[in-house]
Design a protein around this ligand. Structure first.
Ligand SMILES: Nc1nc2c(c(=O)[nH]1)N[C@H]1C(S)=C(S)[C@@H](COP(=O)(O)O)O[C@H]1N2
Ligand SMILES: [Mo]
Length: 311
């Protein structure tokens, strides 16, 4: 991790999210506790020339990489908490798929959807083209230096930079099946969420908190911005609808992680509105228009109000 990725602003969240506070979204009423002695991962389906069945030992014997990747949930409202950044240890999914003989649609492969299935019956569909386009799609076994916690998918989960969790991050994985989007709708798609859902550029103010009452004077406005796999190029802040001010960004850890930002505010007494917007690595500015999380991720600028006390 580059020096300066974590700006350590008081009141902001750490750059790496500790496992115990990492958000959780799952449909399991009881967290599955997988017995690793008989756990197997099966890779099969359309265009798989060499189907694979791997035990946990088989998987653990393979070369491992460690990558910092920010995970976000499609159900997150603007300003919401369902985003976390962790260091994932795992096997490159693309290598395994190539070993199984899978080709992406752009190279004539018949399957455009990879359906992951968990031990608890969740199904999550991911574009085959995306997991084979060179990004670090992982079958993760470690999270922040520990084995994957039960709550986050022990023993193995998927992590794909740039896609919301419900189309990429299957926990308690047990099967990968190659098929098409035409032939199969995964769990959330049957419940009218989009079949394909790249992460939308978002930014969030973490300090001060909404409706906080800080004392007048200089205080840091700070938070995070994310646009996984495109990167964050710029974050701007404005007060009471005034001119946009350039925030200072934390060092870039890579295009797959969020970036912290901070802007020093000379706060004057009274009620004020603070707003933030980010620009991604392609130069696209975060969408201003508010839209709800369904069907493929919320848009809009995070806005909070604070009541500055006379200093
Ligand atoms: N088996 C299973 N995997 C799952 C889910 C689930 O409900 N069951 N939820 C998905 C969703 S919607 C998200 S956002 C991420 C959340 O991962 P986390 O709980 O580790 O933060 O897991 C994904 N993987
Ligand atoms: Mo999610």
């Amino acid at each position: 991790m580059p020096a300066g990725a974590d700006l350590k602003v008081p009141g902001a969240l750490p750059f790496i999210t500790p496992n115990r506070v990492f958000y959780r979204v799952d449909t399991a009423l009881v967290v599955p506790r997988v017995d690793t002695t008989d756990w197997q991962l099966r890779i099969h389906g359309d265009g798989v020339r060499r189907p694979l069945v791997l035990s946990l030992d088989d998987l653990l014997a393979r070369p491992m990489v460690e990558r910092d990747i920010t995970l976000t949930c499609v159900s997150n409202e603007v300003g919401g908490p369902y985003a976390g950044n962790a260091r994932w240890l795992g096997v490159r999914l693309a290598d395994l798929l190539r070993e199984a003989g899978v080709r992406p649609p752009s190279q004539g492969g018949p399957a455009d959807q990879l359906v992951a299935r968990s031990v608890d019956g969740m199904t999550i569909g991911t574009p085959v083209e995306t997991v084979l386009d060179g990004r670090e799609a992982l079958l993760a076994v470690g999270m922040n230096g520990e084995p994957l916690p039960f709550e986050h998918g022990f023993p193995v989960r998927m992590v794909v930079p740039g896609l919301y969790g419900y189309v990429s991050a299957c926990k308690w994985l047990r099967e990968l099946r190659l098929t098409t989007f035409d032939a199969y709708d995964a769990y959330w798609v049957r419940r009218s969420w989009a079949a394909r859902a790249p992460v939308k550029t978002q930014s969030r103010i973490d300090t001060p908190r909404a409706y906080a009452a800080p004392a007048a004077g200089r205080l840091p406005v700070a938070g995070v911005a994310w646009a996984q796999h495109r990167g964050i190029a710029r974050v701007e802040v404005r007060v009471d609808g005034g001119a946009w001010q350039e925030a200072r960004l934390g060092a870039e850890d890579g295009v797959d992680t969020w970036r912290q930002w901070v802007w020093p505010w000379d706060a004057t007494p009274g009620r004020h509105t603070l707003e933030v917007r980010a620009t991604d690595g392609t130069g696209a500015v975060q969408v201003e228009r508010r839209s709800p999380p369904a069907p493929d991720g919320a848009t809009g600028w995070h806005r909070i109000e604070v009541d500055v006390r006379a200093g």
